[in-house]
Design a protein around this ligand. Structure first.
Ligand SMILES: *Cc1c(COP(=O)(O)O)cnc(C)c1O
Length: 432
């Protein structure tokens, strides 16, 4: 076992003064056993914990570190502007540069508003869709995560037509009633839901490639079908590209699949590691946002000048360096194909989903196409695999229901090392 004495000590202190010892539940190790590891620093493909152990990182801050940690591109940009002051509460040039950059990159975005997180982006986009359409209800998909806004914390596993039941205490039944949920990739269920709620649905919000139940790609025709339904029924189509944006291609999933949503929510990569989110889209809808229009949404630190400097540096680099996407595609394909080949050779009850640099090894024989199939995974087996990989210095997401993220910092040699480690760990999982 690696020595993690300092992490353990910090976790003990943290548990007394922070709920569960962490500032976001996904950082806990509850699903895999053990306590979270406290990080001290990171560079490139590696993170170093407070006890000096090194890990090859496949979370990359849940996406933002697409260039690896502490990329010079972002560090230089931030260092240059630190002395200009951290915030003004008045507009700055960098906000204009950032907005123009986003508009030039994301195909469907004509007008964009900066916020401070993905959650803020999705909450604001849904309010806007409601304000624009004058309707109350939204449709979301089971297993899709759109941040922790009340409207999104609804699972309603018993199908599309039943009223949503809150997934978290504190979400009112009133809010839950306005969130309709259907299975991902089930276009017929969406159609039926829309028919049963004629002229009541303001928006359909979707992760165009799901990352938050593990990586689940859209079935052929699914996103096209959503576009058609929304056009026919006057529903606002929101692509939540907080995870997929600037990752699956420069212009996100909408560019990859050639579908134009009405609104797009962004986060993660957009801030280069700083707390940044954005929502944008079609001009007619976006002009409803205050002060241009009546839908209120504001933020003291929105468009923060330091965060904008980081974001502009990141997005400019991605825009000017198409090889980023070739590199992460190749690395991801190499790792996931290597693991998949071994699974087939040994006939292991696992499956792999991958789109570009997002992929998940599911501990189930079934092809994972939605939340119900994702839930057939053997979580005990996943936990064993996770801990075994961690002992080998490979840091995976501590949950079966997450995607892994590959950065450009991972070399061919490290990718090979990961495949070999995964094989050994799979042996440990299935020989027990
Ligand atoms: C991470 C994520 C969010 C929430 O973003 P935060 O910055 O954590 O608030 C929303 N939607 C998707 C698809 C995400 O992956």
């Amino acid at each position: 076992m690696l020595n993690r004495a300092t992490s353990e000590e910090l976790f003990k202190r943290a548990s007394k003064v922070i709920p569960g010892g962490v500032n976001s539940p996904v950082r806990a190790f509850k699903a895999v056993g053990g306590n979270p590891i406290f990080m001290k620093s990171a560079k490139g493909a590696y993170m170093t914990d407070v006890d000096g152990n090194q890990y090859l990182d496949f979370i990359n801050s849940w996406g933002p570190m697409i260039l690896g940690h502490a990329s010079d591109v972002v560090i230089d940009a931030v260092q240059k502007v630190l002395a200009d002051s951290f915030s003004f509460g008045a507009p700055t040039r960098r906000e204009v540069d950032m907005a123009e950059l986003i508009v030039s990159i994301v195909p469907s975005v004509e007008v964009v508003r900066m916020v401070n997180s993905g959650t803020e982006a999705t909450m604001s986009a849904v309010r806007l869709a409601r304000g624009y359409t004058g309707r109350d209800k939204i449709i979301k998909f089971e297993g899709c995560y759109h941040g922790h806004g009340d409207s999104f914390l609804i699972a309603a596993g018993s199908g599309a037509m039943t009223l949503g039941a809150p997934d978290s205490p504190g979400v009112t039944q009133g809010v839950a009633n306005d969130t309709l949920t259907v299975a991902f990739n089930d276009l017929l269920a969406v159609e039926q839901c829309v028919v049963e709620n004629k002229n009541k649905v303001a928006a359909i919000i979707v992760e165009p490639v799901v990352g938050n139940m593990g990586c689940v790609p859209p079935a052929p025709g699914f996103l096209e079908g959503l576009r058609i339904i929304c056009d026919k029924e006057g529903i606002v189509l929101i692509f939540d590209e907080v995870m997929t944006g600037f990752r699956l291609s420069l212009g996100g999933a909408q560019e990859l699949y050639g579908i134009r949503p009405d609104l797009t929510t962004m986060g993660k990569i957009i801030g280069g590691g700083m707390p940044v989110g954005a929502y944008g889209g079609n001009k007619e809808i976006m002009q409803q946002v205050a002060p241009a229009g009546k839908v209120y949404q504001a933020g003291t630190l929105s468009g923060n000048p330091i965060a904008m400097a980081a974001g502009i540096a990141m997005l400019t680099h991605l825009k000017n360096t198409p090889s980023v996407y070739q590199t992460i595609e190749q690395t991801s394909a190499f790792i996931s194909d290597g693991i998949l080949q071994y699974i087939k050779e040994k006939n292991l009850p696992c499956s792999v989903n991958r789109v570009g640099s997002m992929f998940t090894l599911f501990f189930t024989k079934e092809k994972v196409t939605d939340f119900n199939t994702a839930k057939t995974s053997d979580l005990v087996a996943f936990g064993t695999f996770f801990r075994s990989m961690l002992e080998k210095g490979i840091y995976l997401a501590p949950s079966q229901y997450e995607s892994l993220f590959v950065s450009t910092a991972i070399t061919k040699e490290q990718a090979t090392q990961v495949v070999e480690a995964a094989k050994t760990s799979l042996v440990e999982v299935f020989e027990k």
